[in-house]
Design a protein around this ligand. Structure first.
Ligand SMILES: NC(=O)C1=CN([C@@H]2O[C@H](COP(=O)(O)OP(=O)(O)OC[C@H]3O[C@@H](n4cnc5c(N)ncnc54)[C@H](OP(=O)(O)O)[C@@H]3O)[C@@H](O)[C@H]2O)C=CC1
Ligand SMILES: O=C1O[C@H](COP(=O)(O)O)[C@@H](O)[C@H](O)[C@H]1O
Length: 603
C-alpha cells in the first residue's frame, strides 16, 4: 500500500518532494483534464477517501504513473511495472492512504457493482461486544466510515429479539461519540441496521438461517461478509466451520476477525491455526491485537521513519535500553475464570507488548505494505532469545486496605482457585541477537491491580561520552541521559527528556521535556483502537493484524518459560493491591544496569 498519489492535484513523493499545491498530503482528486496515453484504471471517484482502490488494467510499463477511472492521473512512489508490490495485491488492487476522514465510504466493488458489507458479531451478548465492538461500529457509522450498504448482525446462543439487541447496544454505548452532536439521531439510524439471530456456535443449520437473513439484506448485491469471533477460544473452530460452510459470502469476500487468546503455548496455537486453516485461507484470518490499533503505536513507525533525527540513533550504538510498561489500577474482577488459565504473560506480554517491541525494533520495511511490515516484524521475533526463567519476575496481588476500603486479593475471586499461582504481574528482560540490538536489554513490565493505569514505551539513551558538563550534572549520570517516552495511554504524548541550562548567571543544568502532548496539540478525539481495526478489516488492510508465522515466533519465545513456571510451580512475589508491584522487578532491571523509567520522581 501507500504508493499511489494523484498528481493532477499535486506532485508528491514522501521524503523527497513536497506537495506542489495547497491540497493536503492525501486529499483525493476526483477529476482531471489532462490527457494521457496511459490506459484506463477502474476506480470511481466515490472510492473511499481512506484507501483508494484502483484496478490496474493497463499501465505505463516503466513509469510511476497511472490514470484513474475518472480521469485523474496518479503517480506512485516507485515505478508501476505490473510488478512488486502491485502484482502481489489481489485483483491488481492498489491501495492508497488518504485522509483518515472517511465521509464518502464506498459502496461499490472495483468493477463498479454495488456491494454490501455484513458484519456479524459472533458472541454478541458478551462483554467485549458490548464494551468495544458495537461502540466501535457505531463510531465508524457516525464518522461516515462504513460502506453505504452495511448490516450488523449479532449472533449468540442467548435468546434476544432485534429490539432487545438494539436496546442492549444503545444502553451500553460507552464510546467517545456518546456526547457528540446528533448522537441520538445517528444512533437511531445505526440501530435500524442492527439485527440479531440466536443460534448455537456449532450448528451449521443455525448459521444457514443466518445466511438466509443476510441474503435478504444484501438484496442481490455483491456480498462481503465479516465475522467477528467475540467468543471464548474453545468455540473458535466450531464457529469458523459453521460460518464458512453455511454463511460464507457468495460472490464477495469473507473475512474472520479472531480475538485473542490465540492458544496458550506453541502447540495449542499451532493447533488453532491448523483448525482455522481447514476452513479459511490465511488472508481471510484477521488475528486482532488491539494494541496495534492504538494511535501512538501506529505513530511509532511514523516517528521513526519520517524523522531524520531518530532513525540514526535507533540502535545499540546510542540506545542503552528500551522499556515496555503496562499497568492497570484494577484487578481481574469479573474475568478471573478466563485470566486464571492464562495469566499476565499470555494476556499482555506475549501479544501486546511483544508486538510493540517488534514494531519498535524492526528494520525499515521495503514499503508500507502489510506483508513487508510483517516480514520485518517476524525477523525481529526470530532474532530474539527465548525468555529464560532467570530473566523473569512474577507477582500476584494480595488484598490491601487503604482509606478504609479493602481491595481483594486475586484469589478472593470465586472463579479463581484459592491456591492459584497465576501471575498477575510479570517483568522480563529480553534480547534481540542481531547487529542492531546486540546486548541491548528490552525490558517488559505488565501488571494488574497496580497504582496506576498506563502503557508506555521508554527509550533510554547512552551517556554522552566525555561530557563537558558531567560536573554540573552531579553523581547520578543515568538521570541525565536522554529518554524518549511514548505514552500510549492515557493522555497520549511523546516527549523527549533533554538537559538544559537553568536560566541565570550560573551553570546549573536541568532536565526538561520536549513534549508533544496530544490533547494540547490536537482538538480531535483519538479513535478507539477497535475502530481502526474494524475499518481495516472491512477494507482488507492486514498491516495491523498478526500473521501466523509472527504468532509462531512469538509463542516460541514464551512457551519454554511458561512451561517451566507451571511445571516448577514457581511462587509469585505477592504485592499489595494498588502498589507499584514486586520489588523483584527492580532487581531484575538492576542486573542489566537499568532503572525503570516510570518510577523516577520526574516521569
Ligand atoms: N472482554 C474483554 O475485555 C476482552 C476479551 N477478549 C477476548 O474476546 C473474546 C470475547 O470476550 P468476552 O466478550 O469477554 O467473552 P464472554 O465470556 O463475555 O463471552 C462472549 C459470549 O460467548 C458466549 N459464551 C460464553 N462462554 C461460553 C462457553 N463456554 N461456550 C460457548 N459460548 C460461550 C456467551 O454468549 P451466549 O451464551 O449468548 O452464546 C457470551 O456472551 C474472548 O476470546 C476473549 O478472550 C480479548 C480482549 C479483551
Ligand atoms: O487484551 C487485553 O487488554 C486489556 C487492556 O486493554 P486497554 O486497551 O484497556 O489497555 C486488558 O485489561 C485485558 O486483560 C487484556 O485481555
Amino acid at each position: 500500500m501507500a504508493t499511489l498519489y494523484s498528481t493532477h492535484c499535486r506532485s508528491y513523493s514522501p521524503l523527497t518532494q513536497s506537495s506542489s499545491s495547497s491540497s493536503s498530503y492525501s486529499s483525493y482528486c476526483s477529476s482531471s483534464s489532462s490527457s494521457s496515453k496511459l490506459g484506463h484504471v477502474a476506480v470511481s471517484s466515490s472510492a473511499p477517501k481512506r484507501f483508494l482502490a484502483a484496478k490496474l488494467s493497463v499501465l505505463s510499463q516503466s513509469q510511476n504513473v497511472a490514470r484513474m477511472q475518472d480521469g485523474a492521473v496518479a503517480t506512485a512512489v516507485t515505478p508501476i511495472e505490473n510488478d512488486y508490490p502491485f502484482k502481489k495485491l489481489k485483483g491488481g488492487l492498489l491501495s492508497v492512504p488518504s485522509t483518515d476522514e472517511c465521509k464518502d465510504a464506498v459502496g461499490f466493488d472495483i468493477n463498479g457493482n454495488e456491494s454490501t458489507v455484513s458484519i456479524t458479531v459472533v458472541g454478541a451478548s458478551g462483554d467485549l461486544a458490548k464494551k468495544k465492538i458495537f461502540p466501535a461500529l457505531f463510531a465508524l457509522y457516525y464518522e461516515g466510515c462504513l460502506p453505504k450498504h452495511f448490516t450488523v448482525y449479532g449472533y449468540a446462543r442467548s435468546k434476544m429479539t432485534d429490539a432487545e439487541l438494539r436496546t442492549m447496544v444503545s444502553q451500553t454505548l460507552t464510546c467517545r461519540i456518546d456526547k457528540r452532536e446528533n448522537c441520538g439521531e445517528k444512533m437511531e439510524q445505526f440501530l435500524e441496521r442492527c439485527f440479531y439471530h440466536s443460534g448455537q456456535y456449532d450448528s451449521q443449520e443455525n448459521f444457514a438461517e443466518l445466511d438466509k437473513k443476510l441474503k435478504e439484506h444484501e438484496g442481490g448485491k455483491v456480498s462481503n461478509r465479516l465475522f467477528y469471533l467475540s467468543v471464548p477460544p474453545n468455540v473458535f473452530i466450531d464457529a469458523v466451520r459453521c460460518a464458512s460452510l453455511s454463511a460464507s459470502a457468495g460472490n464477495g469476500w469473507t473475512r474472520v476477525i479472531v480475538e485473542k487468546p490465540f492458544g496458550r503455548d506453541s502447540e495449542s496455537s499451532a493447533a488453532l491455526t491448523k483448525g482455522l486453516k481447514q476452513y479459511l485461507d490465511e488472508d481471510q484470518i484477521f488475528r486482532i491485537d488491539h494494541y496495534l490499533g492504538k494511535e501512538l503505536v501506529e505513530n511509532l513507525s511514523v516517528l521513526r521513519f519520517s524523522n531524520l533525527i531518530f532513525e540514526p540513533l535507533w540502535s545499540r550504538q546510542y540506545i542503552r535500553n528500551v522499556q515496555f510498561i503496562f499497568s492497570e489500577d484494577f484487578g481481574t474482577e469479573g474475568r478471573g475464570g478466563y485470566f486464571d488459565n492464562y495469566g499476565i504473560i499470555r494476556d499482555i506480554m506475549q501479544n501486546h507488548l511483544l508486538q510493540i517491541l517488534a514494531l519498535f525494533a524492526m528494520e525499515t520495511p521495503v514499503t508500507l505494505d502489510a506483508e513487508d511490515i510483517r516480514n520485518e516484524k517476524v525477523k525481529v521475533l526470530r532474532s530474539m532469545r527465548p525468555l529464560e526463567l532467570e530473566n523473569m519476575v512474577i507477582g500476584q496481588y494480595k488484598s490491601h486496605t487503604k482509606g478504609g476500603v479493602t481491595y481483594p486479593a486475586y484469589t478472593d475471586d470465586k472463579t479463581v482457585p484459592k491456591d492459584s499461582l497465576t501471575p498477575t504481574f510479570a517483568a522480563a528482560a529480553l534480547f534481540i541477537d542481531n547487529a542492531r540490538w546486540d546486548g541491548v536489554p528490552f525490558l517488559m513490565k505488565a501488571g494488574k491491580a497496580l497504582h496506576n493505569k498506563k502503557a508506555e514505551i521508554r527509550v533510554q539513551f547512552r551517556h554522552v561520552p566525555g561530557n563537558l558538563y558531567n560536573r554540573n550534572i552531579g553523581t547520578d549520570l543515568d538521570r541525565a541521559t536522554n529518554e524518549l517516552v511514548i505514552r500510549v495511554q492515557p493522555d497520549e504524548a511523546i516527549y523527549l527528556k533533554i538537559n538544559n541550562k537553568v536560566p541565570g548567571l550560573g551553570m546549573k543544568l536541568d532536565r526538561s521535556n520536549l513534549n508533544l502532548h496530544y490533547a494540547a496539540r490536537y482538538s480531535k478525539e483519538i479513535p478507539d483502537a477497535y475502530e481502526r481495526l474494524l475499518l481495516d478489516a472491512i477494507e482488507g488492510e492486514r498491516r495491523l493484524f498478526i500473521r501466523s508465522d509472527e504468532l509462531d515466533a512469538a509463542w516460541s519465545l514464551f512457551t519454554p518459560v511458561l512451561k517451566e513456571l507451571e511445571e516448577k510451580r514457581i511462587i509469585p512475589e505477592y504485592y499489595p493491591y494498588g502498589s507499584r508491584g514486586p520489588v523483584g522487578a527492580h532487581y531484575l532491571a538492576a542486573r542489566y544496569k537499568v532503572r525503570w523509567g516510570d518510577v523516577s520522581v520526574e516521569q
